[in-house]
Design a protein around this ligand. Structure first.
Ligand code: NYM
Ligand code: MG
Length: 216
């Protein structure tokens, strides 16, 4: 899609390991922005419903179907590409998006498998060129705090040992621009920090800050 100038919505992304509070915080942020008159939608990846790849990804995560590790990595990436035109359309129409997971999860979960030939550089390649988020909020939960939380669900990857490796992979991906929030704080404390930053980003995007591309 052609790059457009002018006012637009903001792309605000939440990343982190399973059980770090992303779903709670994405919905709190979307509601708060809405109450301040910001047009906003909540999205999440993988999109398991409205995509060609979503069904296969869902079966894989549910443990009903196995896949070659490279193939499933590419399906997760394809799932983002499938949504990328709609994502840009929404932003250009002035709607802000609060998004639960994106390409950083894609790289962190696949790289955490530590398979030969599937290093972070290989994992990043298929997502290069996707619309980049305007703000990445990383909900950081250390190993001990994560272990103290209530149990995981039954999906693939939801095992403490694997999550520790995902956390380490996220540490490698972290960029200085990320808003890193201590996820062991109260829901309200976390939300307040994120809201303040999100409002500034929404304002900058309204002023026409251009959309960047991932890992270009
Ligand atoms: N996941 C998510 C990946 O392995 N690769 C990806 O590209 C994305 C977006 O899917 N355990 C994993 C992380 C999660 C799982 O996400 C489903 P959620 O938000 O926990 O339902
Ligand atoms: Mg999960």
């Amino acid at each position: 899609m052609q790059q457009q100038q002018g006012p637009r919505g903001a792309f605000i992304l939440f990343e982190g390991v399973d059980r770090c509070g992303k779903s709670t915080q994405t919905s709190l942020l979307a509601k708060a922005l809405q109450s301040k008159g910001v047009a906003v939608e909540s999205w999440n990846f993988p999109d398991r419903k409205n995509t060609v790849t979503g069904h296969a990804i869902n079966e894989y995560l549910a443990g009903k179907q196995d896949h070659n590790d490279r193939a499933i990595h590419l399906l997760f990436s394809a799932n983002r590409w499938e949504k990328s035109d709609a994502l840009l359309r929404a932003l250009h129409s002035g709607t802000s998006l609060v998004v639960d997971r994106y390409a950083y999860s894609g790289v962190a979960y696949s790289a955490a498998k530590a398979l030969p030939g599937m290093d972070a550089a290989w994992c990043k390649a298929p997502d290069a060129g996707l619309p980049a988020p305007d703000l990445v909020v990383y909900l950081e939960l250390d190993n001990a705090a994560a272990a103290a939380r209530a149990g995981f669900g039954g999906e693939r990857y939801e095992k403490a040992e694997f999550q520790d490796r995902v956390r380490a992979a996220f540490q490698q991906l972290k960029e200085p621009s990320w808003l890193v929030v201590d996820a062991s704080q109260s829901v309200e404390q976390i939300h307040e920090q994120i809201l303040a930053e999100a409002l500034q980003v929404v304002r900058r995007c309204k002023e026409g800050q251009p959309i960047q591309q991932l890992w270009g």
